[in-house]
Design a protein around this ligand. Structure first.
Ligand code: SF4
Ligand code: SF4
Length: 481
């Protein structure tokens, strides 16, 4: 029995129209390999700029050191996040929640104003696909050469070019996977482990997993990730309105499209400015025709603008047949600069206000955050003890965590009851290395006349000797008799 490929199995539905005509609609869209043509132009320069800027950050950042430690390190094993001198501990995970909230709100504002600018210029899927395309073009040539190569016979040259391309792709993917893991494991130690072939199983797994994802998504899946897998493409329509920036073909100006002789009076022939050269389609990385109107597949990369502007320059028509605009600007024919005036609208103001409020609360909380964590536990075995002088004594374990990048000495004292005395290990001074946690036993003594039966509030004050502003006041209870 012959094996059928999935795309050969018909997946159809039958649609019966009002007039009784029966139409068979296929639910399966056969994948068509795309060969985006290289394009020059202003927006291509911006895309290159964003690829370089984001990747300089991504590949370079793990190698940057601060206070003798990786400046940006999310140490999941130790459960400590080092962010440019700021040390976040599990108790600080609220800041990560705030960061996620800020990112989501930022995306809402950005999408309401700029549409899919993120997708077109800075999304990792776009950026890596762009880099993989550069390699492809460098090895196999531009669109026409690639189509010819793929459709041609299997020759030694074809095998060599494909091997070179895939080797370069895999090397880039592996470097990307290594860098990604380097944000979670000190990258210098990781590099040593790689060169000594002593990588741990989890590190190896994640490097290969991320490399495989990069190679697969940017080399093979490409536009299919944006079309079928990315959730952002699906829910962004909820954030769009008629004043959101989109890339659009000016149908009023362009139609009727059609070829014409150079210098001919095309308007007299009933033609518009579109010469139907299909350059805007050939450069499109998702394989759509912008002239068909706004489509959810469009990632807003502006390659079609560059392509069309180049064509317009050649035929001597004004640029901007395909351009950044808004639905309202197109509909009401208002000037490009008027687009800015429509920035102030309810949804933008609402998203921006919430974003600003969350940002302000997070920033204030971070500024006021004390880089020391204290935990106090009273000895529950001997609640209260009478010492020789007849005074009452409670014992506590004071746990201190130095949440800074400095070695610090912390002084411990207590207050809250008259004539209260403390006797602690290490004379009430505890030296802690950066991010180190330790505890000391502290005995608190109070004269019996000041501590009757029941519990009395007292306070422990832990202060960094090098910086009195780094001080924490923690409440505890003293059991009297
Ligand atoms: S239609 Fe234009 S902007 Fe949209 S994805 Fe294609 S080339 Fe990019
Ligand atoms: S590049 Fe411009 S002129 Fe050519 S088909 Fe596209 S819209 Fe028409």
């Amino acid at each position: 029995m012959s094996k059928k490929k999935l795309q050969d199995i018909p997946v159809n539905v039958v649609d019966v129209k009002d007039d009784g005509e029966v139409e068979v609609v296929s639910l399966y869209a056969k994948h068509r390999k795309l060969y985006p043509r290289w394009v020059n132009g202003l927006f291509n320069k911006w895309r290159i700029f964003f690829v370089v800027a984001t990747q300089l950050f991504f590949y370079g950042m793990p190698w940057l050191e601060l206070h003798g430690r990786q400046a940006l390190l999310f140490d999941l094993v130790e459960r400590k996040f080092y962010i440019f001198g700021l040390v976040l501990l599990p108790q600080d995970f609220i800041y990560l929640t705030a960061l996620l909230l800020l990112s989501a709100l930022g995306l809402f504002v950005w999408t309401a104003i700029g549409g899919r600018l993120w997708c077109g210029y800075a999304c990792p899927q776009t950026v890596y696909t762009e880099m993989f395309l550069w390699i492809e073009k460098w090895v196999e040539g531009d669109r026409a050469a690639r189509i010819k190569l793929d459709n041609g016979p299997k020759t030694l040259r074809k095998i060599r070019l494909k091997a070179v391309k895939h080797t370069l792709w895999l090397l880039l993917a592996l470097w990307t996977g290594f860098t990604f893991v380097g944000f979670f494991t000190p990258i210098r130690e990781l590099a040593t482990s790689v060169s000594a072939w002593t990588l741990g199983p989890w590190e190896l797994f994640w490097i290969l997993f991320y490399a495989f994802a990069t190679y697969g998504n940017a080399g093979w899946m490409r536009e299919q990730v944006c079309k079928y897998m990315c959730p952002y493409a699906r829910f962004q329509s909820a954030m769009f309105d008629k004043d959101t920036l989109i890339i659009s073909y000016d149908a009023e100006r362009g139609e009727a499209r059609g070829s014409r002789k150079k210098g001919s009076d095309y308007k007299a022939q009933g033609l518009g400015d579109c010469i139907d050269c299909t350059m805007c389609v050939q450069v499109c990385p998702v394989g759509i025709d912008i002239r068909d109107g706004l489509q959810y597949e469009c990632i807003g990369c502006a390659a079609c603008i560059d392509a069309c502007d180049e064509v317009m320059d050649k035929v001597g028509y004004p640029r901007g047949l395909v351009r950044y605009t808004t639905e309202n600007a197109l509909q009401h024919s208002y000037a490009e600069q008027d687009i800015l005036k429509h920035l102030r609208r309810p949804r933008v103001i609402l998203y921006a206000t919430i974003l600003f409020a969350v940002f302000a609360v997070t920033a204030v909380s971070l500024v006021m955050r004390k880089p020391v964590k204290v935990n106090i536990n009273r000895d529950r075995v001997a609640l209260v003890r009478e010492v020789q002088s007849g005074w009452l004594e409670n014992t506590y374990r004071v746990q201190i965590q130095n949440a800074s990048e400095k070695t610090r000495i912390f002084a411990i004292r207590a207050e809250g009851l008259p004539e209260l005395k403390t006797a602690a290990e290490y004379n009430g001074r505890l030296q802690l290395e950066p991010t180190e946690t330790d505890d000391v036993s502290v005995r608190v003594q109070v004269a019996p006349e000041h501590a009757g039966p029941g519990s009395h509030p007292i306070y422990f004050i832990i202060t960094a000797e090098d910086d009195p502003a780094v001080s924490v006041k923690e409440k505890a209870t003293f059991i009297g008799r």
